[in-house]
Design a protein around this ligand. Sequence first.
Ligand code: AMP
Ligand code: MG
Length: 462
Amino acid sequence: MSFSSHPSSSVVPAARVVSFEEARHLIEQHAVGVCPGEVETVELLAGLGRVLAEGIVADRDFPPFDRATRDGYAVRAADLAEVPARLEVVGEVKAGDWPEPAACSVGRGQAVGIMTGAPLPAGADAVVMVEFTSVAQRSHPNVAKNATLGWGTLAGEFVDIQRSASVGENFVPRGAEARAGQLLLDCRRRLDHAGIAIAASVGKSHERVFRKPRVAVLSTGDEVVEIDATPGPAQIRNSNSYSLAAQVQNAGGDAVRLAIAPDERGRLRALIEEGLGCDLLLLTGGVSMGKYDLVEQVLAELKAEFYFTGAEIQPGRPVVFGSCGADTPVRVSAANPPSARVGVSAPHKKYFFGLPGNPVSTMVTFELFARPMIEALAGMTPQPLIFLRARLKSEIRTKTGLKRFLPAVLSGEFENAEVELARWQGSGDIATLARANCYVVIPPDRERFEAGEWVSLLARSG
Ligand code: AMP
Ligand code: MG
């Protein structure tokens, strides 16, 4: 074992430990000021998970015609004031047909067979479901075999209707969902499958989206080795760079994994400078109180501004959030070519998060704090955290003082959700976290929750 000189002789930022809520608000305030990158055009499906740089507008009325929502008969509701009523079948419209009024319309005492998705013929003002009809056998006994379904398929047949209908029933009027020219999806929305459906339905095979922010991921620690290395007895593989890269991708960014930084000032500084060439820098490890936790010191040397250097949470208390100014030197490298350094906040300050190195702390603090900044850099409004409620399966005892996000398993059938803490070995226990599907959220002022109590929880995103 070797001893080096005490490394804490450089500028250390004054500690600023804030509550979870304050930390989150600070990040949201900074997120408002960031600019997304350039705009690019991508194919429809390549737009999944990207943030729209244009609004999507209805190219015509939605629906473009009065659209039947049931299989049945298009009728005049007034003809069904008294039921059962017998109507003359004067035609049939299936989805894709266009009922020319001259050839197919509903007059008094008449009905037209209609299928879901078909346009309502002229004269009709309601659709009666086929389940409430039967073919009048008197006129056409040869179609009686279909009588239970009530389909009269030939003009001149009669249909008996058992239920009355009100005007407007079982069809959506033209333009009721949106008028031509109406904005269907705002600019700066992230495209999910429903957004893709909207783009497809207005015939957009391509859309304009913001470039994904480039997020540098820098793991630190003398004990951390690359995943394809054979770890020595006291070494561990670098899982954080990978979990973070996955989370970055999931949040709408492009991760740039940097080399592992040793707990040594010079190399750490060089890698931090390289990372500051990206749109955001995420560091893991080296932010605790250990003698070799150098991240804050090196950032301070780079004239970083620190907005907080700890949050009253568990796991993840040592989390750091700050920025480096535009005058911070940026190192050019293969991971950081000059061509990649245009656009997003290039002339502005660069934000960074120093996330604790314990893998569970890294993952939790990313979701709580780094994700909203990536969303903002990607062009969207940061999404609020959504807390759910469930009944506790067994009691919880903790200490007061910190807001806790404890890995837990949500189970139970249908609406009877129950949640139970995963039995974990602390913030390094990735195996337990991988089995958990949520975090139970314990407020800082509670020591005990009884079994059966309702607790808040935060879903663990994919
Ligand atoms: P630190 O925050 O640097 O004090 O590290 C806390 C714990 O997290 C230590 O047990 C580290 O070995 C572990 N750790 C740090 N960085 C990583 C990493 N990149 N991947 C996996 N574990 C890590
Ligand atoms: Mg360390």
